[in-house]
Design a binder for this molecule. Structure first.
Ligand SMILES: [Fe+2]
Ligand SMILES: [Fe+2]
Length: 190
């Protein structure tokens, strides 16, 4: 079965996601496609991955642990303790099930869009960054600089985002996913 078209997926998501989340998904898709143009990645894959990266957010977070268990998705302790993290793995599951996306690169870019991982592929970097810089984002610090850097140097941009993210999580005393820390160390130039 071929993957659904972008138009079909947009129509599907517009019904399942809240308006704000749907708009975010469209924005991440557009920014990801632009970054793909800039860095010579596959534009269609970036557009598709950006569009569907948060598709699992159509489902209530309090069901994520049970859903993952039912679908045979293995969870880390940090995910069981912080179920909102699970939307990334569930998103890849639904990308396959609902949209017939089989491309491993696209599925991995969904799985790692919240934590990143050491040695990310070009597409994984693009989706991770597009999710952080899309136009409706406004809370993170030095967003103007991060946005400019996204189109200048992807790895330096990752370094900025990860160090700001880790700092923010520490300040707020939120739990930090060990994978986020590993990714931070990997892309940190310090
Ligand atoms: Fe997400
Ligand atoms: Fe997102």
């Amino acid at each position: 079965m071929n993957a659904l078209s972008i138009t079909e997926i947009k129509s599907f998501l517009s019904k399942g996601l809240k308006e704000e989340r749907f708009y975010h998904s469209l924005s991440v898709s557009a920014v990801a496609a632009s970054l793909a143009m800039r860095y010579g990645a596959d534009i269609q894959k970036a557009e598709l991955a950006g569009l569907i990266h948060d598709c699992a957010k159509a489902y209530p977070v309090d069901q994520y642990v049970k859903m993952a268990q039912d679908f045979g998705i293995s969870l880390e302790q940090v995910e069981i303790d912080n179920p909102q993290l699970i939307h990334a793995k569930l998103g890849a599951y639904y990308a396959k099930k609902d949209f017939f996306v089989e491309d491993a690169e696209i599925l991995n870019s969904i799985i790692y869009h919240t934590t990143g991982r050491p040695g990310m592929t070009l597409l994984e970097k693009i989706i991770y960054i597009a999710d952080y810089i899309e136009p409706a984002r406004y809370k993170a610090k030095r967003l103007d600089d991060v946005r400019r850097m996204a189109f200048k140097d992807l790895d330096e941009c990752l370094n900025m985002i990860l160090s700001d993210t880790v700092e923010h999580l520490y300040e707020k005393k939120y739990v930090i996913n060990p994978l986020t820390l590993e990714t931070f160390k990997y892309y940190s130039k310090a």
